[in-house]
Structure formats: structure tokens, C-alpha cells
Write a protein that binds this ligand. Structure first.
Ligand SMILES: Nc1ncnc2c1ncn2[C@@H]1O[C@H](COP(=O)(O)OP(=O)(O)OP(=O)(O)O)[C@@H](O)[C@H]1O
Ligand SMILES: [Mg+2]
Length: 225
């Protein structure tokens, strides 16, 4: 499980005559997320949703506070150790897919397994299975530019699942998709949660927010309620 205690994130903008100006992303956030939860994060633009997701996913470190994962402190880890934890335990899906354009669907899905040192044959077999699972068995060698947004997001989900992570982090995963395609992506995410994966999803959409077994609301960098 993930345990955050007194987490704050701020940036000090470069000093001018009056000194530096502090921009706050998160303020004094306490949060526990247990295995198997489906947590949705909502709140106005600029309230800190993406900052919270980035910190939960160890893509960025907090300025202050305690963070432990399965009882282990992660604040003292080196960049290399953080990258290993992310690659092994976390999957990520973003609004704009973030696929590598020069790689085809299979190669994009294989990438996290390459970093994890999985042998080539095993990588391509598993990548094929995952693409099959998200309904893209017929698009294995397509490049991102030759796929629709919904197809690209399905490749991104398959890639996120490559190393069989316990946690899936999603920042507005349907934000760039037409509503019907967005529903298909949400069905996949809900199925993953039903299979036991912990989901943490940022959304602007009230209807999607309601899908969470736990709904967090942020305002001004704080969790309400
Ligand atoms: N790298 C950064 N440097 C400086 N300020 C930042 C940085 N990242 C985020 N912020 C600030 O932190 C606050 C929270 O930003 P964040 O991106 O988390 O909001 P959000 O809730 O995801 O908004 P949106 O719904 O528009 O995506 C904002 O005031 C933002 O300007
Ligand atoms: Mg955001």
C-alpha cells in the first residue's frame, strides 16, 4: 500500500528584487491507498491533481513529507532505484498517450520489459498477449501515426501492464478521446480493477469520478473532506 503523510510540493521561482516566489502544488496531504482500490481524483484546474498523481507514481518527489510503499520509505531512494520501482510496480497512462512514434505497437509494449531485462522472445510473446487483451491483436505492427486515438491509448495501457504492475496511474486517460472510445478505455480500466489492480485516476468528468470506489476532491493543493 501507499502511505503519504504531510506531503507538500512547491517550486521556488527564480529570485528577483523581492526574493523568490513560492508556487504550491500540494499542501500537507495525508493519504493511504490500499491494494485493490479504485481511487478517482477530481478538482478544478490547477488544484494539484496531476502533481498528486506524479508524486504518488514517484515521477516526482515531494518537497516535504513522508512516503512509504509497502512499508518501505521511498524518499531516500536514488533516481536509479526510483526508476526501478516505477518500472516494476507502477504502470502509467496519460491523456496524450506518450507512445514512441518510431516504434510499432509491439515494440512500444516491449519497452518496459526491455528495461526490466526480460529476454526478447518472452517480451514479444507477452507484448502480443497484452495487445490481444486490449483488443488490438490485429494492430501489432502498426505505428502510432497509423492508429486512432483510442487504439493508441489501448497500446499505452498494454505498455503500462507490461511488467504486471500492482498499480495503474491514469491522468485524464479519456481526455483526448471521443465519448464512445473513452467508454471502451474505461471498460478496460474497470476490468483491470476487477482483476485486482489498484487504479488511481485523475478526471475532470463527474461521471468517471463516480466510478471510483474512493473519490478524492482537491482544492488549492489540499484534499477536501
Ligand atoms: N513544474 C512546475 N513548476 C511550477 N509550478 C508547477 C509545476 N507543476 C505544477 N505547477 C503548479 O502547481 C499547481 C497544480 O498544478 P497541477 O498540474 O497539479 O494541476 P491540475 O489539477 O492537474 O490541473 P489541470 O486540471 O489543469 O490539469 C498549479 O498552480 C501549477 O501551476
Ligand atoms: Mg492536470
Amino acid at each position: 500500500m501507499i502511505h503519504l503523510e504531510g506531503i507538500s510540493k512547491y517550486w521556488d521561482k527564480s529570485a528577483n528584487a523581492e526574493g523568490s516566489e513560492r508556487v504550491w502544488g500540494l499542501r500537507d496531504v495525508d493519504l493511504d491507498i490500499a491494494r485493490g482500490e479504485f481511487v478517482t481524483i477530481m478538482g478544478p484546474s490547477g488544484s494539484g491533481k496531476s502533481t498528486l498523481l506524479q508524486i504518488l507514481g514517484l515521477l516526482d518527489l515531494p518537497s516535504e513529507g513522508k512516503f512509504s510503499l509497502e512499508g518501505q520509505d521511498v524518499m531516500g531512494l536514488s533516481d536509479k532505484e526510483l526508476a526501478r520501482v516505477r518500472n516494476r510496480f507502477f504502470g502509467f497512462v496519460f491523456q496524450s498517450f506518450h507512445l514512441l512514434p518510431e516504434l510499432n505497437a509491439l515494440e512500444n509494449v516491449e519497452l518496459p520489459m526491455t528495461y526490466a531485462g526480460i529476454p526478447a522472445k518472452q517480451r514479444s510473446e507477452r507484448a502480443g498477449e497484452l495487445l490481444e487483451k486490449v483488443g488490438l491483436g490485429h494492430r501489432l505492427t502498426h505505428h502510432p501515426r497509423a492508429m486512432s486515438g483510442g487504439e493508441q491509448q489501448r497500446v499505452a495501457i498494454a505498455r503500462a501492464l507490461a511488467n504486471d504492475p500492482g498499480f495503474l496511474f491514469a491522468d485524464e486517460p479519456t481526455g483526448n478521446l471521443p465519448s464512445e472510445t473513452g467508454r471502451q478505455i474505461m471498460d478496460i480500466i474497470r476490468d483491470l480493477n476487477a482483476e485486482g489492480m489498484t487504479i488511481i485516476m485523475v478526471t475532470h468528468d463527474d461521471n468517471l469520478g463516480k466510478l471510483g470506489s474512493r473519490r478524492l476532491r482537491l482544492a488549492d493543493g489540499r484534499i477536501l473532506g
